[in-house]
Design a protein around this ligand. Structure first.
Ligand code: NAD
Length: 501
C-alpha cells in the first residue's frame, strides 16, 4: 500500500491545522483538495497561504516556482462530492467525536473502499472515531503538531482496528513529507500529550505547596536544558487549553491520581488569567516573563579544612572535576570517597547532598547532622557549569552561616543556585516514569518516546536519554521517596523501570 506524490490528498477543515497540512502536502507535490463547512474558509486559507509563501520568497527562503507550484496544487472545493477521487482524506475539523464520526461516515459513503482515512485529533480515541465505519481498519490517526509546516513530528496513531498496512502507508507518507513519524497506540494523550503531563502537573504541585515561585521553577528547568520553563510554557499554550487537555487525560484514565488537574491552574482559568493571550497568566504581558537570571561571578567560599567528594556515579565524578579548581584557591585537592552510599560534597562537617528524592530534613536526620543542603540533579553536570540554574534546599535547622556557605559553594562550582523550600524535586523523574509506563503499555517504543518528546515539545533530550545518563534505581529511589512523603497513588514506580533496574 503506497501513496505516490501524484495521489490526491483531501483535507477537511481549513483552520490552523488543516491549512498547515494542505501546505505540507502541496509542497510535497500532491494535488490537494481543501474543504470546510464555513463558507469561503478554504478560499481564505489558500489566500493566506499565498501571502505567507510570498513573504518566504521575498526573504529568499523559497523559490518563486516552488511557491507558485504549491499554491496551484491547492484547490478549495465547495462540497465533498468533488472529493471522491482522493487517495487519502485527512480530517482537521472541530475536536468533537460526533462531528468526526459523522464526517467519516459521509466520506466512506462517497469514496473508494481503499481510500485511507486519517484523523488529526489530538485527544479523541482513534478506536472510538472508527466505531460505526464499514471499514474501520482504514482509519488511522495522523497527529500533526502546530505549526504544521515547522513541527517535524507526526504521531501515527493506530486504533484497535487500524490495519498495520494503513499505519505503515501513512508513516511512509509522513516521511515523504519530510516529517519524522512515530508509531503510537491510541491511548489517552497518545505519546507527547501523555508523557508531557508531569512537566506541568509536578510544577503546579510544587507551586500549590508553596515550594517556590514560577520564575524560580522556570529558571531551574531552563537550567536543565528546557527551552521554556513550565510556567512560561503554560502561559504560552493558554491555561484554558492546557487545563482542558489535563482534564481530558485525567478523565480518560478513569481519574488516575497521577493525572489529577491542579487547583492552581483552575484558579487561573476561572479568573480569566489564561496567559499571553489575555495579557496575564503566571506573568504579566506584553513584557516578557521576569525570569530569574543566573548569577554571575565566581564567589570564593570560606577556606575549608577538608573537602571530600562522595559517590562513584557520573555526577560524583563531575562534582569532583568542578570542585578541584575551587580548592586550588586554597592549595587543596578534594579527597574522594567512592564507596559512600550518597553523592555530593562534604565540606568540613557540613554536606551538600545530591537529591535522592528525600527532603533535606529526612537526610539530616538520617546523617545525624544539621548543616545539610540538598541539591537537584544537574542533568548534564559538565554542560551546566554556566549558567546552569540549580534548585537547592537547606535543612531548616542548619546554621545560618552554613546556609550562606551552601549557596556560595554551589555558585563557586559554576551553578546558579536557587533556594526552594524543602520539598523534593521531581519533574524529570516523573517524565521518565511516565515515558516508561507508556512503553510498558505498548503506546510507543523507547526510541519513539525520545523522538516524540524532542520533536513534539522541543525537549532537550528524550526521557530514555535522561535515563541512560542516570539509572533506573536512581529514578525509582526518587519516586519511592516522593511516595513516602506524600502517600497516595500519584507517585507509583513504573513496572518497566523496576524491570530495568
Ligand atoms: P480550527 O478551529 O482552527 O479549525 C477547524 C476548522 O474545521 C474550522 O475552519 C471549521 O469551520 C471547520 N469545520 C468544523 N466542522 C467541520 C466539518 N464537519 N466539516 C468541515 N469543516 C469543519 O481548529 P484546529 O486548531 O485547526 O484543529 C483542528 C483539529 O486538529 C482538531 O481535531 C484539533 O484537536 C486538532 N489539533 C489541533 C492542534 C492545535 O494546536 N491547534 C494540534 C494538533 C491537533
Amino acid at each position: 500500500m503506497t501513496i505516490s506524490s501524484q495521489d490526491t490528498i483531501l483535507i477537511v477543515g481549513a483552520g490552523i491545522m488543516g491549512a498547515g497540512i494542505a501546505q505540507v502536502a502541496a509542497q510535497a507535490g500532491h494535488p490537494v483538495l481543501l474543504f470546510d463547512t464555513r463558507p469561503d474558509a478554504a478560499i481564505a486559507a489558500k489566500g493566506q497561504l499565498a501571502r505567507t509563501l510570498e513573504t518566504l520568497v521575498a526573504k529568499g527562503k523559497m523559490s518563486e516556482a516552488a511557491a507558485s507550484g504549491t499554491i496551484a496544487r491547492i484547490e478549495p472545493i465547495p462540497s465533498l462530492a468533488a472529493a471522491s477521487a482522493a487517495r487519502v482524506a485527512i480530517e482537521a475539523i472541530v475536536e468533537r467525536l460526533d462531528a468526526k464520526r459523522a464526517l467519516f461516515t459521509d466520506l466512506e459513503a462517497s469514496m473508494a473502499t481503499d481510500t485511507i482515512l486519517a484523523t488529526n485529533t489530538s485527544s479523541i480515541s482513534v478506536t472510538a472515531i472508527a466505531n460505526g465505519l464499514r471499514h474501520p481498519d482504514r482509519l488511522v490517526g495522523m497527529h500533526f503538531f502546530n505549526p504544521v509546516p515547522l513541527m517535524r513530528l507526526v504521531e501515527v496513531v493506530s486504533g484497535l482496528q487500524t490495519s498495520p498496512d494503513v499505519a505503515e502507508a501513512v508513516f511512509e507518507l509522513s516521511r515523504a513529507w519530510r516529517k519524522v513519524p512515530v508509531h503510537a497506540k491510541s491511548t489517552p494523550g497518545f505519546i507527547v500529550n501523555r508523557i508531557a503531563r508531569p512537566y506541568y502537573a509536578e510544577t503546579l504541585a510544587l507551586l500549590q505547596e508553596q515550594a517556590s515561585t514560577p520564575a524560580i521553577l522556570d529558571a531551574c528547568l531552563r537550567g536543565a536544558g528546557f527551552k521554556m520553563g513550565p510556567c512560561e510554557l503554560m502561559d504560552l499554550i493558554g491555561h484554558d487549553t492546557n487545563f482542558s487537555v489535563t482534564q481530558s487525560v485525567f478523565e480518560a484514565n478513569f481519574y488516575d491520581k497521577r493525572f489529577v488537574p491542579s487547583l492552581v491552574q483552575r484558579d487561573l482559568v476561572d479568573g480569566g488569567l489564561l496567559g499571553r493571550k489575555t495579557g496575564r497568566g503566571f506573568y504579566a504581558y506584553p513584557a516578557p516573563p521576569d525570569l530569574v537570571q543566573a548569577r554571575s561571578g565566581t564567589p570564593t567560599p570560606l577556606a575549608p579544612k577538608r573537602v571530600v567528594v562522595h559517590g562513584d556515579s557520573p555526577t560524583a565524578h563531575a562534582l569532583a572535576r568542578l570542585v578541584a579548581p575551587v580548592l586550588t584557591r586554597f592549595a587543596q585537592a578534594p579527597e574522594r570517597s567512592p564507596q559512600s552510599a550518597w553523592t555530593g560534597i562534604e565540606v568540613d562537617a557540613a554536606r551538600l547532598v545530591l537529591t535522592d528524592g528525600r527532603p533535606a530534613s529526612d537526610l539530616a536526620r538520617d546523617f545525624g547532622i544539621n548543616d545539610l543542603t540538598v541539591f537537584d540533579r544537574p542533568l548534564n553536570p559538565e554542560n551546566s557549569v554556566t549558567p546552569g540554574a540549580l534548585a537547592y534546599a537547606n535543612h531548616r535547622d542548619a546554621a545560618e552561616s552554613w546556609k550562606t556557605q551552601a549557596a556560595v559553594w554551589l555558585a563557586a562550582l559554576g551553578f546558579a543556585p536557587h533556594r526552594v523550600e524543602d520539598t523534593p524535586g521531581r519533574v524529570v523523574a516523573m517524565l521518565v516514569n511516565e515515558a516508561a509506563d507508556a512503553v510498558q503499555q505498548g503506546v510507543c517504543t523507547a526510541e519513539g518516546a525520545d523522538v516524540a518528546m524532542k520533536l513534539g515539545v522541543n525537549y532537550p533530550a528524550g526521557p530514555f536519554e535522561w535515563l541512560s545518563g542516570w539509572d533506573a534505581p536512581g529514578v525509582i529511589a526518587v519516586i519511592e521517596a516522593l511516595d513516602a512523603t506524600y502517600r497516595g497513588e500519584r507517585y507509583r514506580v513504573s513496572p518497566w523501570l523496576r524491570r530495568h533496574a
